[in-house]
Ligand binder design. Sequence first.
Ligand code: PQ2
Ligand code: NAD
Length: 194
Amino acid sequence: MNNLFPIFLKLENLHTLIVGGGYVGLEKLTAVLDNSPMAKVTLVSPEIRQEILDMAERNSRINLILRKFEDEDLSAKDLVIVATNDKEENKRMWELARTRHILTNVADTPAICDFYLSSVVRKGNLKVAISTNGMSPTFAKRLKEVLGDALPDNLDTAMEQLKAVRDMLKGDFAHKVEELNRITAVLTTKNNGE
Ligand SMILES: C[C@@]1(CC(=O)O)C2=NC(=C\c3[nH]c(c(CCC(=O)O)c3CC(=O)O)Cc3[nH]c(c(CC(=O)O)c3CCC(=O)O)/C=C3\N/C(=C\2)[C@@H](CCC(=O)O)[C@]3(C)CC(=O)O)/[C@H]1CCC(=O)O
Ligand SMILES: NC(=O)c1ccc[n+]([C@@H]2O[C@H](COP(=O)([O-])OP(=O)(O)OC[C@H]3O[C@@H](n4cnc5c(N)ncnc54)[C@H](O)[C@@H]3O)[C@@H](O)[C@H]2O)c1
């Protein structure tokens, strides 16, 4: 079964908590900031990798707390990524976050994650997020590379032109949709008869 519902979050509008400042904490923080450089992030951990310290030095939106997780760390957080090497404590944090209705990713236990991070292909305004339903992050990473190579770099031009048409179109909503579909039909073999 693949029941994951993909969404694109504006992390600059949210406050994300990352628990654990080791290798995985670094990977998740990097993924967050690569996509959302203005994201507001608090990271709590008794030991924090040097790379994270360096990132926080350069970015005032990253707030580091050098101690073990405390329950109050969940206050005023919208999203939590749990990445410590203590499986039991990770699960306890997830349970606690759940009682507060905060969406939580538990990096070592996919079964209790409320959401997964994805591999991301980015071409200007286009962003393609890939999940393997937790089956193989390595597959997701490789597919990202394949799609990144296959997609042309000039897609932004097409999107900008379509946006211009979209802004220009007058009339009711149904008319706009019809026009945009007519203009773009040529893009797919399904519609252009090839
Ligand atoms: C996509 C990506 C996004 C990101 O993290 O930003 C991501 N993992 C990435 C890399 C990666 N992670 C791991 C390897 C080693 C090789 C391998 O296992 O394949 C590599 C490859 C590498 O690093 O080269 C190990 C690993 N990962 C998880 C577990 C726990 C478990 O499965 O039990 C273990 C085993 C730990 C152990 O064995 O101890 C779990 C998850 N990892 C996910 C996402 C979620 C599912 C996404 C999906 O649906 O596909 C999920 C469920 C939860 C989550 O973390 O959100 C990012 C690629 C970034 C890119 O595109 O470059
Ligand atoms: N989802 C993924 O992509 C992925 C990939 C690899 C590994 N993992 C799993 O993630 C877990 C973490 O791996 P790692 O390589 O980052 O480990 P690590 O040992 O490098 O880092 C663990 C960090 O957690 C901190 N920590 C421990 N207890 C804490 C607590 N109570 N509160 C706050 N911080 C605490 C430690 O100080 C350390 O900084 C492992 O269980 C591993 O199996 C997940």
